[in-house]
Design a protein around this ligand. Structure first.
Ligand code: MOS
Length: 697
């Protein structure tokens, strides 16, 4: 089975997304964003807004119901008069139509006591500090050996600083929520990556029992991490529905997504590599600086991948963060690994050039036998196989190592051409999930799990493994996901969805299959059912005989670029990714996922950039015209393949997860190809024309 099971529903428009649920008497909530980056709300005058026909309520910090669970300050909506960033929701209008709500929101008059804001990340910011840990719970700093001594003594040294800009996730479907109260219970139709987690968090905010909130997310138009946890729009919809006694719809506008739905924090990363003349690393150090908000500490773990990539006896990694008056950063596809590997892999390319060693060969020479910091064995690691397979497929052999020499084109268009390579990696993990499987006397099966398909093909992958385990055609199975009323499950995040959900589904399917076999296939009139919970199985990864193993997916990214010799325009005619990610459960969907990740990496390399306006303290991009994302014309010959890899630890499917490994390393491969084409090393993304024209040959 290669077809996407929800494909027909999507292309015919039958698939229903959160905002589309038809509900009688629905009202609409429209948020009022703060126009200052820091300060206090002095007064809110709702008179003009309330006079707009159709307006049902204006919610402000003066009249908003008190929320009992405010552990997450981003969800403590209207609970304070303090403003933490520009664009923060500070009031809202609820009206009978979205148009009336929007018009009235423009008439809410808010007076502020504005304070001076600080929104600029600098490498020597006086308020930089060492957080207790970095996301999700990694050590902030690590060190072994004597980095400073070894680096000073190294025959070849690279010492370079790389910068990545703030980036915003921008899934096609903006965040949207519909909330309906029925007495004490709340139903939420939400664009979320995780119905179980969203239900638990919303219940916490409103002081409800977990069973009192049901979150339904049948179809979700992308997330990339931005929909991994509820945002202010969910709380606003639920609060507005409570106040008005009507179902309330709340859609986040594209422009609001630059403030209230998270971003990848900008980073400043210094990488130092010391090596012998043969390219073998003796010293390696990765120092990361990034920003978080004053509301919440979120520290992107950008040096964490550096801890397991390459052998080097003397090493150090550090993270420092500063709280600025900016929106709270959040998860964006491969948080940490993605920006961090841009820096590390760019530095490896610089080292290859400095040593006069081919960049594929350099990586092969620095392959560690065990985790280079912890000494743990890898559960499976096939980076070198990916590099070799990629080099063969890409036609890497015989590459001219000199930068800036190859020309193509004609009298009208003069191109410089180059190729680049970078490694990729992402942790392979799973989280506890539950599933239930039933069979009826007529032989129809039901598979139930609160998984979410955010466009990844999760439905298809789960049907594949359920059909395989039960030994029945997929057509005999009704799969239900996307509803917190189903057995609770991990979110679609951290590249853990497939590993976590297939684990529970296979376990439940095996149990049901055993029941059916024990009865020689006779299903009683009431049917049979089996329930699985993987909490203990996954706990064994951390405490049993499997504890103490390092588990990661790996990959190798190859890029070919052409740079216009006159304008600096960069084209990427070819991208190839070769991955080792355990078992690939559903190949057609997996290829799309990996290509999607690589495309997002191309986008990061060449286009994506949210630039902070220090005057207003805001990201002024505000739409997809001002925030460029790679489109079809930017992507030419792109391919993703994988090598067969057996992963013994990660459950019965042996799947490592592929949602994020595809984006990691792509930007470094492209930046290195641009260097190979032009001789210009761009260390601050994105690679804009002006950066190439500055030193163009
Ligand atoms: Mo992903 S950024 O772990 O949802």
């Amino acid at each position: 089975m290669t077809g996407r099971v929800d494909g027909p529903d999507k292309v015919t428009g039958r698939a229903r997304y959160a905002f589309e649920y038809p509900l009688d008497g629905a009202a609409y909530a429209w948020a009022v964003p703060s126009v200052i980056a820091r300060g206090t709300i002095r007064s809110v005058d709702a008179t003009g807004a309330l006079a707009v026909p159709g307006v049902l309520a204006v919610i402000t910090p003066d009249n908003a119901p008190r929320l009992p669970g405010t552990d997450d300050p981003e969800l403590a909506l209207f609970q304070s008069r303090a403003v933490a960033y520009r664009g923060q929701y500070v009031a809202a209008v609820v009206a009978a139509s979205a148009e009336a709500a929007r018009a009235a929101a423009g008439r809410v008059v808010i007076e502020y006591d504005q304070a001076a804001h600080d929104v600029t990340l600098t490498p020597d910011h006086p308020r930089l500090y060492k957080p207790d840990f970095v996301n999700p719970r990694h050590e902030t700093d690590t060190a072994s050996g004597d980095f400073d001594g070894a680096f000073a003594a190294a025959a070849v040294r690279v010492d370079a600083t790389y910068r990545t800009p703030a980036e915003h996730n921008h899934p096609m479907e903006p965040h949207a929520t519909v909330a309906v109260w029925d007495g004490g219970t709340l139903t939420v139709y939400d664009a979320t990556q995780g119905p179980s987690r969203a239900a638990a968090q919303v219940a916490g905010v409103f002081g409800l029992e977990p069973g009192q909130v049901r979150v339904i997310a049948e179809h979700v138009g992308g997330g990339f991490g931005a929909k991994g946890m509820p945002r202010a729009n969910v709380i606003l919809a639920a609060m507005a529905a409570r106040i008005t006694g009507r179902p309330v719809k709340c859609a986040v506008t594209r422009s609001q997504m630059f403030a209230v739905t998270g971003h990848r924090a900008p980073s400043i990363q210094r990488v130092r590599l010391g090596a012998g003349p043969d390219g073998r690393l003796t010293a390696l150090c990765h120092d990361v600086i990034d920003q978080t908000s004053t509301l919440k500490e979120f520290t992107e773990q950008s040096a964490v991948a550096t801890r397991h990539m390459y052998a080097a006896p003397h090493r150090r990694t550090t993270h420092r963060v500063v709280r600025l008056d900016v929106p709270t950063p959040s998860w964006m596809r491969a948080p940490g690994e993605c920006p961090g590997m841009f820096a590390l892999e760019s530095a490896m390319d610089e080292l290859a050039a400095a040593c006069g060693i081919d960049p594929v060969e350099l990586r092969l020479r620095n392959e560690p036998a065990v985790h280079p910091e912890t000494g743990q064995p890898f559960s499976s690691r096939h980076l070198t196989a990916c590099l070799r397979e990629g080099a063969a497929r890409f036609g890497w052999a015989g590459r001219d190592p000199a930068p800036g020499g190859r020309r193509a084109g004609n009298a009208h268009r003069r191109w410089l051409t180059g190729t680049g390579v970078a490694a990729s990696t992402y942790p392979a993990r799973a989280m506890p999930s539950q599933a239930r499987v039933t069979v009826s006397p007529s032989g129809r099966y039901q598979v139930l799990i609160a998984a979410a398909d955010i466009g990844t093909g999760a439905r298809t992958a789960l049907l594949v493994v359920a059909a395989e385990t039960l030994g029945v055609p997929a057509a005999a199975i009704d799969l239900r996901i996307g509803d917190s009323a189903l057995p609770p499950a991990m979110i679609a995040g951290g590249s853990m969805g497939t590993a976590s959900w297939t684990w529970a589904v296979i376990k439940a399917c095996r149990a049901l299959r055993d029941q059916v076999r024990a009865r020689d296939g006779a299903v009683p009139p009431g049917g049979l059912s089996a329930h699985a919970d993987t909490t203990a199985d996954i706990g064994a990864l951390a405490s049993g005989p499997l504890a103490g193993r390092a588990r990661y997916a790996f990959g190798a990214q190859f890029a070919e670029v052409r740079v216009d010799a006159d304008t600096g325009e960069v084209r990427v005619p070819r991208l190839l990714g070769v991955f080792a990610a355990g078992r690939i459960v559903s190949p057609a969907q997996a290829r799309s996922q990996l290509i999607g990740g690589m495309t997002m990496g191309l986008s990061m390399a060449l286009h994506e950039e949210s630039s902070m306006d220090p005057q207003f303290g805001d990201y002024p991009n505000h739409d997809l015209a001002g925030y460029h994302i790679a489109a079809h014309a930017d992507v030419q010959d792109i391919d993703a393949v994988w090598i067969d890899e057996e992963e013994p630890d990660l459950g019965p499917a042996g799947a490592k997860g592929i949602g994020e490994v595809g984006i990691v390393g792509t930007a470094a491969a492209i930046a290195s190809a641009v260097y190979h084409a032009t001789g210009i090393r761009v260390r601050d993304l994105p690679i804009r024309l002006d950066k190439l024209l500055r030193g163009h040959p």
